[in-house]
Design a protein around this ligand. Structure first.
Ligand SMILES: *Cc1c(COP(=O)(O)O)cnc(C)c1O
Length: 460
């Protein structure tokens, strides 16, 4: 486990700042009502500290901004594409690269290429856009994560691991030929940013190979996962995360990637893989859905920023400061007795809304309401990861009822200071003290897909 109380600090300093608007309690009460109690529908200018997501909300370095000026905006064969390709080969180790506008663009292309309607797709818990694209391509998603991942109180070093028995049972019951592939998310976003161990990845990779099943890595935050392996897994303490990361990738056949997370940019993503035939298929699809295969919906400058962000993100001292900032905040809440997902994870701290609002039933959206109430409390924006995010069963139309009913406080990279984290924690603690005065919600508008983005609510 990482050192608990030893100080740490960022290996960078601030060169440019962006002022924040401070608001009053009555103002925020009005704004959250207007937004239908959905933090996605607030205007960002009405938010003080924005912990909605770490996706594309990162601060780029002077090196990346300098790269933005070097954008080669040629339609075909941009220099920046080749720079990105060289870095993907060097840092991730895959042979072929297809750039996309962001992670879900990559998921869309790969799901279409690899899934035949009616096939199963295994995964360690689900991610919203990943599962959506797998289901739109006709796949049937099966969760094969260890049971402990669904229980917030249990603390273990690699709570994102695949349950090997569940996976083998699935292969036996459905037949390997009916499984399109297995997606490994590492760390697992929806489980609280919980990592996957190298040992687990080796085991599932060997089983997959034996059965002819492809392993697709959701590499979105895989560098954070490498940091956890370095800190928590035997035999890796003195190995640079660059090496750990590459070894982990080498156990997969392909990766989908949202550059908006690990790679410290505002937009970008890609698919990377080793199989020429699938690469050819993806290259012919990317021109339909994203753009030419040497830009995939991105400007040349965006590819350059992502390529340079990759070089910075893989540094040990940077990644330690990234994850330890999250751990600092986790400790503030834990010391105050706030119910949170254990142990501290990669990109976010997850509040257990079932326990925080133990008087509000899941049918009244406790996590949705907690995120709204936290905004009203002191202008901090977070997001729901519970029954609203889980959506409906595609076949029966019933609400999925996940065990985890969470509010996610997610940390943009290189954006907020320790003082911002202190203020945020104080707001959560103040709300916890008066939690039983708070009421649940009813849903008054529900969009068909990924409903959490646009659903609207009223207080009951
Ligand atoms: C954000 C994310 C995605 C999707 O990427 P976008 O760039 O938002 O489209 C996929 N998987 C995981 C684990 C993510 O966190």
């Amino acid at each position: 486990m990482a050192l608990k109380h030893k100080s740490w600090a960022e290996p960078f300093k601030i060169k440019m700042v962006e002022p924040l608007k401070m608001t009053t309690l009555p103002y925020r009460q009005e704004k959250i009502k207007e937004a239908g109690y959905n933090t996605f529908l607030l205007r960002s200018e009405d938010v003080y500290i924005d912990l909605l997501t770490d996706s594309g909300t990162n601060a780029m370095s002077d090196y990346q901004w300098a790269g933005m000026m070097m954008g080669d905006e040629s339609y075909a064969g941009s220099k920046n594409y080749y720079n990105l390709e060289a870095n993907v080969q060097k840092i991730y180790g895959y042979k072929y690269l297809v750039p996309t506008h962001q992670g879900r663009g990559a998921e869309h292309l790969l799901s279409r290429a690899l899934i035949k309607p009616g096939q199963y797709v295994a995964g360690n818990m689900y991610f919203t856009t990943t599962r959506e694209h797998q289901e739109l391509a006709g796949g049937i998603f099966v969760d094969v994560i260890i049971d402990e991942a669904h229980i917030p109180e249990i603390s273990m070093p690699f709570k994102g691991n695949i349950d090997i028995e569940k996976y083998e049972r699935l292969i036996k019951e459905k037949g390997a030929e009916n499984i399109a592939y297995i997606t490994v998310g590492a760390p697992v976003n929806m489980a609280g940013g919980q990592p996957v161990s190298m040992a687990n990845m080796k085991e599932l990779s060997a089983i997959s190979k034996k059965n002819g099943i492809k392993v697709v890595l959701d590499a979105t935050r895989n560098m954070e996962n490498a940091y956890f392996i370095q800190q928590r897994e035997e035999g890796y303490a003195n190995i640079p995360i660059a090496e750990i990361h590459k070894e982990f990738c080498s156990l997969s056949d392909a990766a989908t990637m949202s550059g908006k997370k690990d790679l410290i940019v505002n937009i970008g993503g890609f698919v990377a893989l080793n199989d020429w035939d699938i690469f050819e298929e993806l290259r012919s699809q990317v021109v339909v859905y994203e753009g030419l295969h040497t830009y995939g919906g991105l400007a040349g400058r965006d590819m350059e920023a992502m390529s340079r962000g990759m070089e910075e993100a893989i540094q040990d001292d940077y990644m330690a400061s990234r994850v330890r900032q999250v751990e600092y905040f986790w400790n503030l809440l834990d010391d105050a007795g706030i119910p949170i997902v254990r142990p501290s994870g990669g990109h976010a701290v997850f509040i257990d809304a079932r326990k925080f609002y133990d008087h509000i039933p899941q049918t009244q959206f406790p996590a949705q309401k907690l995120a709204a109430d936290l905004y009203v409390e002191n202008g901090v924006r977070t997001m729901e990861r519970g029954i609203v995010s889980a959506g409906r069963n595609k076949v029966t139309g019933e609400n999925n009822t996940p065990k985890l009913e969470l509010v996610r406080c997610t940390f943009p990279r290189r954006v907020y200071t320790q003082a911002h984290l202190d203020v945020t924690a104080e707001g959560i603690i103040d709300l916890y003290e008066k939690r039983h005065q708070m009421k649940g919600l009813k849903m008054v508008y529900e969009p068909k897909q990924l409903r959490f983005f646009q659903a609207r609510f009223e207080e009951v």
